[in-house]
Ligand binder design. Sequence first.
Ligand code: 13P
Ligand code: SF4
Length: 333
Amino acid sequence: MNASNLSLKGLDLRAEIDRLRRTRNAVILAHYYQEPALQDIADFVGDSLDLSRKAEATDAEVIAFCGVRFMAETAKILSPEKIVVLPDMDAGCSLEDSCPPDQFKAFREKHPDHIALTYINCSAEVKALSDIIVTSSSAEIILSQIPLEQKIIFGPDKHLGGYLARKTGRDMLLWPGVCIVHEAFSEIELLKLKAQYPGAPVLAHPECPPHIIDHADHVGSTSSILDYALRSPDELLIVATEPRIIHQMELKAPHKKFIGAPGADGNCNCNMCPYMALNTMEKLYVALRDLQPRVELPDDVRIGAKKSLDRMLDMAGRTVGQGDVGRPVFAGD
Ligand code: 13P
Ligand code: SF4
């Protein structure tokens, strides 16, 4: 039975989730793109890298992952002895969908002299076919440790790969995947917003296409965007990533104003991640109560994927916040 065919009327979900978290010895991890209620009840909210580090380090018996499937799979790969539940198993990702393992394998076989540096937004099977996993906050530090003469395949996000190639001068063979959320921002609408709020810095995620990145004052992972938003002296900022991250900004800097970058309709609602939105408080409650739906992976896939994830953690550090590049510097730092 799942949350949609079950009446949870009358339940104090916050209190029930809290009770189950204790009786199950569970930790609740949430990504910044989750609905505010899930962010508020989580033990830890973070970007993909920090959520992986937390999943590896926790001594809880159960990880309730409020994020998308590739994130929960990463938690299971790094902590195989733990029960990992994802409130909605359909919470996928357009980048994962763009990169079927058989096609990725064939692509690799065509380029045997290249290593595969792969964005964490992919299936466990693709991780097992890769050499090193990166996230948006670890990609640059990892790239800097790979010899210049080494040829590289980067997938599945062509925009993140293109941004890294432009920034570091590394020529990489790019897989043609995109994030449907960051792809939806409109350059024309962003320029209108900039004209309306002259001087307001634009903060963009590197999953955005170049026509959005070109107008950004800061480009970085969700945690780096949040860091910039909180530490910048600016009181009004434009945020070009999934707008639910603004919840953390408003909690931590209530005196500032944060405006979500718009899509083509001039509104930012089309930039909400439909996969992240599948998780709800009701489904989290059911997941903790029933310890379902559970992430399970075949041993060969899990062991193969762990190798490439371990390389990332070895190269980027295992401590939250460690070695992250893109931390903005402001006067007085
Ligand atoms: P980060 O939080 O690692 O920047 O990733 C963003 C994203 O799109 C996750 O799906
Ligand atoms: Fe995937 Fe984009 Fe949603 Fe992140 S925001 S889960 S990259 S579709």
